[in-house]
Write a protein that binds this ligand. Structure first.
Ligand code: SF4
Length: 234
């Protein structure tokens, strides 16, 4: 029959839709985790903070904004308003002006003031350290809660799935899901819990430095030999 498909038979598709047979293979996942850890040993949260509350505020501000921009705004903000009670007493118009340059400042103001008030009134002025309680804060979803729990409390309760982690998880075929919640479930299933915190930081570093949204720098990628993404540039 040679290399051509037999008459009447459909040639196999080059883009199989089902799960890739090796995409989540434990040995392959282990290799990816190992190479990313080796490539980015310094990976950590880039948001400036000195306590869990500052990290919470900075993480809320970082939505749809660069960490660099957030880091320009927060030092002065935390100097003027050092505690959740200080934020809770603020009028929304005042905070809106303070954080305007981070974008989406009205909804971020709502989340920050709502969270500060709840922390001041219901949690004794301390950021709670459980997923269940953090999710009760206005505007706090799993991504923000995972950042706070992992970085401020070193509690591995999940994998931070931001835009970088979503993109790379799909390119590396670690997940074929579309929503952050479902991608996180996939990653939690295949990555050992002891690695969740560092893996999240390493994926974010990889997304910023190498596996960028446009024109990824595949020639310098530490997991290039494990990647079969159609978006590869080599
Ligand atoms: S080879 Fe390219 S597309 Fe694949 S993970 Fe590396 S940088 Fe991203």
């Amino acid at each position: 029959m040679g290399i051509k498909a037999a008459a009447g038979k459909k040639a196999p598709s080059q883009k199989a839709k089902g799960p890739h047979p090796t995409g989540q293979d434990p040995a392959r996942v282990r290799e990816i985790v190992k190479h990313l850890a080796k490539a980015y040993p310094e990976a950590q949260c880039a948001l400036k903070h000195s306590n869990p509350f500052e990290l919470l505020v900075a993480t809320i501000l970082s939505a749809q904004c660069t960490d660099e921009r957030v880091n320009k705004v927060t030092p002065e903000l935390f100097r003027k308003y050092p505690t959740p009670e200080d934020f809770a007493a603020l009028r929304p118009e005042v905070l809106e002006q303070e954080i305007r340059s981070t974008g989406f400042f009205r909804s971020k103001t709502k989340s920050i003031l709502g969270s500060a008030r709840k922390i001041a009134e219901e949690f004794g002025g301390k950021v709670p350290d459980t997923m269940q309680e953090l999710l009760k804060l206005p505007g706090v979803a799993r991504k923000t809660a995972n950042v706070v729990l992992g970085t401020a409390f070193r509690k591995a309760t999940g994998v931070v799935v931001d835009t970088h982690v979503s993109r790379i998880a799909q390119r590396l075929d670690l997940s074929r899901q579309k929503t952050p919640e479902k991608i996180e479930q996939d990653l939690m299933r295949i990555i050992p819990q002891s690695q969740w915190i560092d893996f999240s930081h390493q994926m974010i570093f990889h997304g910023r430095r190498c596996c960028t949204a446009r024109s990824p720098k595949c020639w310098s990628c530490p997991v290039e030999n494990l990647c079969y993404s159609e978006e590869k540039t080599v």
